[in-house]
Design a protein around this ligand. Structure first.
Ligand SMILES: Nc1nc2c(ncn2[C@@H]2O[C@H](COP(=O)(O)OP(=O)(O)OP(=O)(O)O)[C@@H](O)[C@H]2O)c(=O)[nH]1
Ligand SMILES: [Mg+2]
Length: 399
């Protein structure tokens, strides 16, 4: 089923509450799994270790695919300060990561997981937005993910998002790997173990983008993947305690390498993206041929499960926290006007300007200083008491 752009959605008005349907008007019944997997948009989930270049890669891929595939762009990293592309859906408009950390007293990673969990509660509506994007002519949907790879790949929300998309749209994974950091055989092996575990976890067509080839040629990676001896030689030069483990792992991963597609790119300069796009199209064909039947089966199973346990919608609503939502389905002019807003009332973002941040930091410093001073004072008093006590006991002994 190839969908055509809908002329009614090409309206450039961006104000909320216009004639276009908002997200609250989405008929969730219509979006159920009953329709089967669509042809479009193809979802491309961008994963990779922190700092591997996922966000820069996403920006470059958008640029190279714009004319042909008109990508719909989703940022799922709640902790990033800014993204170098215009996101159609940005998790930061949905959940305020700083507030989540504050309210639930979480550290940075716990904050990201919780923010992602909150976003995932709106998965059906997210999927519906992607579907509508397909109808408006977006042939690809590119999804940038959080820096901490495990937050997405090993969290319940990451699985729900990945599987949810894969049961409704052709979906593939692009794993971004930093070739500069991977030039050390042990780091290379860690990266490959990650890639391997994600491949088996997601059960989706998988493409490795060997990024930053403007800094280092990636042929060594391809050689290490095809020639065990060459990898062993590289390993020999590293006198590390983990060498034995790395050697054993490389033997184990040999079969995994055989099925892997790799492509050298530079997200910064754009080298290699023409070839990468060809590989993405191959992966889409692979999805259609090998993976679609599996996800189709999964969809039917879910459908059967849904029918077996069908709660009235009101019960579900009452069980959760009602959150106001708004959506403009027209083309974006800015991020703010084109996002899905799933903000919990208690998490309304506090616009922190530089002054507020500074005064917060000052207040924190003052408190820390006071705490330190009182600790020193307590310590001195304790010492003095101890000395007094010793003197008293000495005087008692003398008398
Ligand atoms: N030279 C070079 N630098 C790159 C390339 N791709 C990314 N970078 C740089 O690598 C750093 C990290 O890039 P990001 O795109 O933020 O990486 P990321 O994976 O999104 O980072 P997190 O989301 O924090 O995990 C930035 O300084 C980029 O400019 C590339 O192809 N070549
Ligand atoms: Mg990023």
């Amino acid at each position: 089923m190839t969908t055509k752009p809908s002329s009614s959605c090409s309206n450039s008005s961006t104000s909320r509450g216009n004639a276009n349907p908002g997200i609250d008007d989405i008929n969730l019944e219509a979006l159920t799994l009953s329709e089967g997997i669509r042809d479009s948009p193809v979802c491309i989930i961008v994963l990779g270790m922190a700092g591997s270049g996922k966000t820069t890669f996403t920006r470059s891929l958008i640029q190279h695919a714009q004319a042909q595939f008109n990508p719909y762009v989703v940022n799922l990293d709640p902790a990033c300060r800014e993204v170098p592309y215009a996101a159609h859906i940005d998790i930061r408009d949905t959940v305020n990561y700083r507030e989540v950390m504050k309210q639930y007293q979480l550290g940075p990673n716990g904050g990201i997981v919780t923010a992602l969990n909150m976003f995932t509660t709106k998965m059906p509506k997210f999927a519906e937005l992607v579907r509508r994007a397909g109808e408006r002519g977006h042939k690809w949907c590119i999804i940038d993910t959080p820096g901490q790879i495990e937050v997405f790949t090993w969290s319940a929300s990451g699985s729900i998002i990945t599987e949810g998309l894969a049961t409704m749209f052709p979906t593939i994974v692009v794993y971004v790997m930093d070739v500069v950091r991977s030039s050390c055989p042990t780091t290379f092996m860690s990266n490959m173990l990650y890639a391997c575990s994600i491949l088996y976890k997601t059960r989706l067509p998988f493409l490795i983008a060997l990024n930053k080839i403007d800094l280092k040629d990636c042929s060594f990676v391809q050689e290490w993947m095809t020639d065990f001896e060459v990898f062993q030689d590289a390993l020999e030069q590293e006198h590390s305690y983990v060498n034995n483990l790395t050697r054993t792992m490389s033997l184990t991963l040999d079969t995994f390498y055989e099925n892997l597609i790799t492509c050298g790119v530079s997200a910064k300069t754009g080298i290699g993206f023409a070839t990468l796009i060809k590989h993405i199209l191959d992966c889409v064909n692979e999805y259609e041929r090998d993976y679609k039947p599996v996800y189709e089966k999964m969809r039917l199973q879910r459908l059967a499960d849904q029918q077996a346990i069908s709660f009235p919608a009101t019960v579900v609503d009452e069980a959760g926290t009602a959150v106001p939502m708004g959506l403009n389905l027209t083309e974006p002019t800015s991020n703010a006007d084109n996002s899905v807003f799933l903000m919990a009332p208690s998490l309304v973002p506090v616009q922190m300007d530089a002054d507020t941040e500074e005064s917060e930091a000052d207040a924190k410093n003052t408190t820390e200083e006071q705490n330190f001073q009182s600790f020193v004072q307590d310590h001195l008093t304790a010492q003095q008491n101890k000395r007094d006590k010793q003197q008293r006991s000495q005087q008692e002994q003398k008398s």
